[in-house]
Design a protein around this ligand. Sequence first.
Ligand code: FUB
Length: 348
Amino acid sequence: MKLDLLKKVLTISFMIIMFGSFALSAIYTYKLRKEGKEPVENEKLFHENPIIKNIYTADPAPFVYGDTLYLYTTHDEDELVNDFYTMNDWRCFSTKDMVNWEDHGVIFSLDDIGWADSRAWAPQAIERNGKFYLYCPVHKRNGGMAIAVGISDSPTGPFKDLGHPLVDEGDWNDIDPTVFIDDDGQAYLYFGNPELRYVKLNENMITYDKEVGVVKIPMTEEAFAKGSHDTGTSYGEGPWFYKKNDLYYMVYAAFGVGRQNEHLAYSTSTSPTGPWKYGGVLMTEEGGVFTNHPGICDFKGHSYLFYHTGDLPGGSLFHRSVCVAEFNYNEDGSINPIPKCDGVEKIK
Ligand code: FUB
């Protein structure tokens, strides 16, 4: 008898709970739809660093086009050749909300560049007149580094090689291109390690003004602070050039005096060609690997710094992983050091 009663109580309680949760869910759905929204099941609200977890990636280059952020990266192969950076292709990932990422796979590779044989290093993409350009440092078959250009009708490629280097000075300085089109339509391609140099790109984006030639930026302490790289300043490599509120920014990987690993630093100028004024450290050497590499963009009202660390399992000097942190500018345009972080929140 007592058992029967217990069964009845349990059944009724279960029905009340089921009905209650059904009613609550129906009320929630009704409320959302009244606000013109659709309910989302298991909505992901945060994306943990590293952004890409199934392969090693480095040298992040964000590019905002329409309502999408495209992220170009290099790819550190699992198996090393000669115990050195082993990098054969460039990857693309995209997101509309910073937490859901689509993998577009290999969008350009050494196999597409007949005159190059290794070192598919730090790229950057841009759009002009409906075409997409991916500027990439590579090692030439006949020795030395040079800057290649991939051209495509889509941000996700496939990219087709220009057929010859865009910048090839015959030295090892020609790496890490960063491209920017100013408000007056003039495009600039900065690059270099250990010196920062630039060319003025022509409207077609695949040739540059040969009369101006390759301009060498004076490597002074006022511009890049005292440091331990070859020029005696902190400027190392990986420049990232952009403009915000009439101030030009050069963010780069830097070598502090007596320090082993790269940190990120920035300089600013009121002109696209300098003179540059040292701004400060952007991210300390907390990534745990020798290199770091900045990529900065504004996306849907938020500012992001992309960087790389050794944070994936098995991470090392040659096995890096791309991460992202949200940050804010101070009113005078300066930027406080940005700590390495756990990830970013979903945005609309
Ligand atoms: O990833 C290869 C090279 O290491 C890049 O070109 C540099 O910026 C550094 O990250």
